[in-house]
Design a protein around this ligand. Structure first.
Ligand code: 3PG
Ligand code: MG
Length: 397
């Protein structure tokens, strides 16, 4: 993929698609600006080169209507603070007022367009809308890894209308790290997979069986596997319709020589409450009135041993309900385990990212992806439409 560094951008108008889909609180303040920080290298480079920068993003799911709570105003303000320069917010992302604003831009100016998803055409990937966006600029830059799994107008169709389309530095970095982990990994390659549901990770598990040496499973999705092995799991969250599938995955893994690690004990409680009385039980002895809400201490030890010697680790999904202190230890311990190996560690997926940040040890992880759904689709072995669109352009690779 050609990047912004491979083309001449001085003085040019760049439409840079970013993912500023950041969490906001009730006061409309950005509560986590990781995704804004992540595109600063691209924006700073473009500023140094004296390009005219038009930033485009979606925020939330306003479903094609103007919904003021989903305005990009807070994100644009935060960007201005981070860059320490004025950042203007346009009232829309297409139309005459925006065109006039763009026409008045000087080299080194930066504007943020209003939420792309205020227009239904964005998510419908419609040509006319993509063409209108492309028409604002000389060069289109995709630096929105986290939305590159969506064939949206500003991600996919736009590459057919922009005179030149290239990747931003974040997108390039995300793809390079992922390739390093999954395509040409240093082995042993260990996947740590958690989260609530097997259903949302099924395709990823199937694909990972083809690539990894070991899979460590935690989170409530482990319960469905425990059931497949014949254990009773009390009131724990289980996807009954997937017990058989979980069994099939275990069978396939053993046929392929991929080692799978499942919890041997769990932290349990009668309900998912931060004040609930907790207990520890071996998986053979989960009481009927208890549910497993975190991996237990023996499991944590087992997983640390399984990670020893790993050269590459890919981690998606927490080990328990880490948002509640009594059920957070398994996930936070896992941060210590993976960093202790010295392996190249790549973390992706919204919750995992949040958990690692909350552990205070994010700086010890080699790479934390900005993608949730996009990262998961890479784990599933899919090609992201936004990336495919850039790669399809002749002479762009
Ligand atoms: C995300 O946060 O998952 C991306 O910004 C994409 O948003 P979406 O899931 O609403 O398409
Ligand atoms: Mg999403």
């Amino acid at each position: 993929m050609k990047t912004i560094k491979d083309v001449a951008i001085a003085g040019k108008r760049l439409l840079i698609r970013v993912d500023f889909n950041v969490p906001l609180n009730k006061e409309q303040q950005v509560t986590d600006d990781t995704r804004i920080q992540a595109v600063l290298p691209t924006l700073k480079y473009a500023l140094e080169q004296k390009a005219r920068i038009i930033v485009a993003s979606h925020l939330g799911r306003p479903k094609g209507k103007v919904v003021p709570e989903f305005s990009l105003k807070p994100a644009a303000e935060r960007l201005g603070v981070l860059l320490n320069q004025p950042v203007q917010l346009a009232t829309d992302c297409v139309g005459e007022a925006v065109q006039a604003m763009v026409a008045a831009m000087k080299p080194g100016d930066i504007i943020v367009l209003e939420n792309l998803r205020f227009h239904p055409e964005e998510e419908k990937n419609l040509d006319a809308f993509a063409q209108a966006l492309a028409g604002l600029s000389d060069i289109y830059v995709n630096d929105a890894f986290a939305v590159s799994h969506r064939a949206n107008a500003s991600v996919e169709a736009i590459t057919r209308f922009a005179p030149l389309s290239v990747a931003g530095l974040l997108l390039k970095n995300e793809m390079d790290y992922f390739d390093k982990a999954m395509t040409t990994p240093q082995r042993p390659l260990v996947a740590v997979i958690g989260g609530a549901k097997v259903s949302s990770k099924l395709a990823a598990l199937e694909n990972m069986l083809l690539h990894v040496d070991k899979i460590i499973i935690g989170g409530a999705m482990a319960n469905t596997f425990l059931r497949a092995m014949g254990y009773a799991t009390g009131k724990s969250l289980v996807e009954n319709e997937l017990i058989e599938t979980a069994g099939t995955i275990l069978k396939k893994a053993s046929e392929k020589g991929v080692r799978i690690y499942l919890p041997v004990d769990g932290i349990t409680a009668g309900q998912v409450e931060p004040t609930a009385a907790t207990a520890v039980f071996p998986v053979q002895e989960i009481p009927a009135d208890q549910m497993i809400l975190d991996i237990g201490p023996a499991t944590s030890l087992l997983y640390a041993e399984a990670l020893q010697g790993a050269k590459t680790i890919v981690w998606n999904g927490p080990m328990g309900v880490f948002e509640m202190t009594p059920f957070s230890k398994g996930t936070f311990d896992m941060v210590d385990h993976v960093t202790a190996t010295g392996a190249i560690t790549i973390v992706g997926g919204g919750d995992t990212d949040a958990a690692v940040h909350r552990s205070g040890k994010a700086d010890r992880i080699s790479y934390i992806s900005t993608g949730g759904g996009a990262f998961l689709e890479l784990l599933e072995g899919k090609v992201l439409p936004g990336v495919a669109a850039l790669e399809a352009i002749p002479n762009n690779n």
